[in-house]
Design a protein around this ligand. Structure first.
Ligand SMILES: Cc1cc2nc3c(=O)[nH]c(=O)nc-3n(C[C@H](O)[C@H](O)[C@H](O)COP(=O)(O)OP(=O)(O)OC[C@H]3O[C@@H](n4cnc5c(N)ncnc54)[C@H](O)[C@@H]3O)c2cc1C
Length: 478
């Protein structure tokens, strides 16, 4: 028997992970309470995917107008008022907002409470002046920007993803520190929207990707007029009359360089939201600021689960949704479902987009496994040529016998195109399955078959060709 303040499920955090968990649980008849300290929708709606993709779209249109001559058109782009672009970002958020409204979740049967949750024991937490018990708890408290300890940073104004989409002024010159997905997406967007952009990082661009793939993005960044300072140390930041000055040094400490800008964006990674929740009282272990979860997404307290960014390690909305499903199966149905650890896709929405699933070549090398690599360029795809989108390539990694291990596409609509490889890898398919699949002509998706065909062509060794000729009495030349 469940008492008055008892629930089947108590979900803490109303971002993508918490919302999907709470809605799913309520839909199947569980008594659910969702506790959110700020607003429903989380990073994805307000400070992540939605505003960034909206901004990117405006930037793409600006770029198309500026480069209209490539398509035999003449067009003139008036000076960009970034305030108007930012107003559209706000409008788009407002359009999507009702999907995540408290009323919608209440209508599904979820009790939504706006407060900060804090565990007082391993089976209960306090919210405002209430004490709540539940059979199972779900931590879905997300992540926040990691701000590195750079000298002088405390004394200057800077943006993170939490503030940049609220900007109400034009940004003449932007210094971006960080070359991961967020830093790259923002750097290119603002460059295409008229800001003078410098991108600084102690690594290369998109360092988790193979260098030949990120090089395509890097080349486009240079064409977009972004000043790149990669592999540098940021030593100090200071305020100037017009904005900020950043002192950097290259690896060999040869050159100290000063870069000035009107605004600064810090995009140097994420950290989990695990503080101030009384997790010690709940007997939930945290190591080096990270929750410890098993494959079933159970924390060290088996009645407390976690999903989304706070559980990691893949910080994407689609992973938050996937993990929410795993939590529901474990927490409510006691089915030992495990979170997927392979075949996880992602996309960096730069132009060109860079999307990946499975192993990269550098990961295959690190794992010292035997592998083959095949590539195919967009410049040989007819639709790439008709659309003037010839920049980029597809690359696949296979076992020597042709089983797909990984795929990466850098090019137009890579985030859409990669899905075919996501399915192929998750189903353990051989590359021949892609080669034997009919792809509509002329689509960009033909690159998925053409890159797979590279392996088939390779299999046609001179000896095999000779045997085929003899067997079928063919008379062609070598
Ligand atoms: C700039 C940017 C762009 C991105 N672009 C993409 C993209 O294109 N595609 C993609 O898949 N992913 C993208 N992401 C990542 C994506 O936004 C996150 O993976 C996703 O939002 C994580 O959802 P979540 O529910 O785990 O966390 P969040 O969305 O952060 O939600 C956590 C919620 O918990 C609440 N909370 C925290 N602590 C407490 C507490 N103690 N009590 C009550 N409530 C609490 C917070 O207020 C928040 O509402 C992007 C992220 C950023 C920053």
């Amino acid at each position: 028997m469940v008492s008055k303040t008892d629930y089947d499920l108590c979900v803490i955090g109303g971002g993508a992970a918490g919302l999907v968990t709470a809605a799913g649980a309520a839909t199947i008849g569980a008594k659910v309470i969702l506790i959110e300290k700020h607003r429903l929708g989380g990073d994805c709606l307000y400070t992540g995917c939605v505003p960034s993709k909206t901004l990117i779209h405006s930037a793409e249109i600006a770029h198309s107008i500026k480069t209209a001559q490539r398509f035999g058109l003449s067009a003139q782009l008036d000076p960009i008022d970034q305030k108007k672009v930012m107003q559209r970002v706000v409008d788009v958020i407002k359009t999507i907002e009702p999907n995540d409204s408290p009323d919608r979740f209440r209508a599904l049967g979820v009790e939504v409470v706006f407060a900060e949750a804090r565990f007082t024991a391993k089976d209960r937490l306090s919210v405002d002046d209430r004490e709540i018990t539940a059979r199972k708890f779900v931590l879905a408290t997300g992540s926040r920007p990691f701000v590195p300890p750079i000298s002088g940073l405390d004394n200057v104004d800077y943006f993170t993803n939490e503030t940049i989409f609220n900007v109400t002024e034009n940004i003449p010159s932007l210094i971006v520190i960080g070359s991961g997905a967020i830093g790259c997406e923002m750097a290119q967007s603002f460059a295409r929207l008229g800001s003078k952009v410098s991108l600084l990082s102690n690594t290369g661009l998109l360092p988790i990707e193979d260098a030949d793939m990120s090089a395509v993005v890097e080349q486009q960044f240079l064409q977009d007029g972004i000043t790149l300072h990669l592999g540098v140390m940021v030593n100090q930041v200071e305020k100037t009359a017009t904005g900020v000055r950043v002192h950097i040094q290259n690896d060999y400490k040869e050159h100290a360089i000063e870069i000035e800008g009107s605004h600064l964006l810090i995009a140097t990674g994420r950290q989990s939201n695990v503080e101030h929740m009384g997790l010690d009282k709940a007997e939930v272990s945290i190591e080096k600021g990270k929750l410890q979860v098993d494959a079933r997404l159970r924390t060290s307290n088996k009645n407390i689960f976690a999903c989304g960014d706070v559980a990691g390690p893949y910080l994407f909305t689609h992973m938050a949704e996937h993990q929410a499903g795993i939590v529901l199966r474990n927490a409510l149905f006691h089915l030992p479902a495990k979170t997927q650890s392979t075949g996880i896709p992602w996309c960096t929405f730069t132009a060109p987009e860079l999307a990946r699933v499975g192993l990269s070549e550098q990961e295959a090398q690190q794992q010292a496994i035997q592998y083959q690599v095949y590539t195919f360029p967009f410049s040989d795809i007819d639709r790439g040529i008709t659309d003037g989108e010839m920049n980029g390539l597809a690359k696949i990694i296979t076992t020597p016998k042709g089983k797909l291990l990984g795929a990466c596409i850098v090019g137009p609509h890579a985030g859409e195109l990669i899905s075919e490889y996501v399915l192929a890898i998750s189903q353990g398919l051989n590359v021949s399955a892609l080669s034997n699949t009919i792809h509509i002509y002329p689509t960009l998706a033909q690159i998925n078959r053409r890159v797979a065909d590279q392996r088939m062509k390779e299999a046609l060794t001179p000896t095999r060709k000779c045997w085929i000729k003899r067997l079928f009495g063919l008379r062609g030349g070598d």
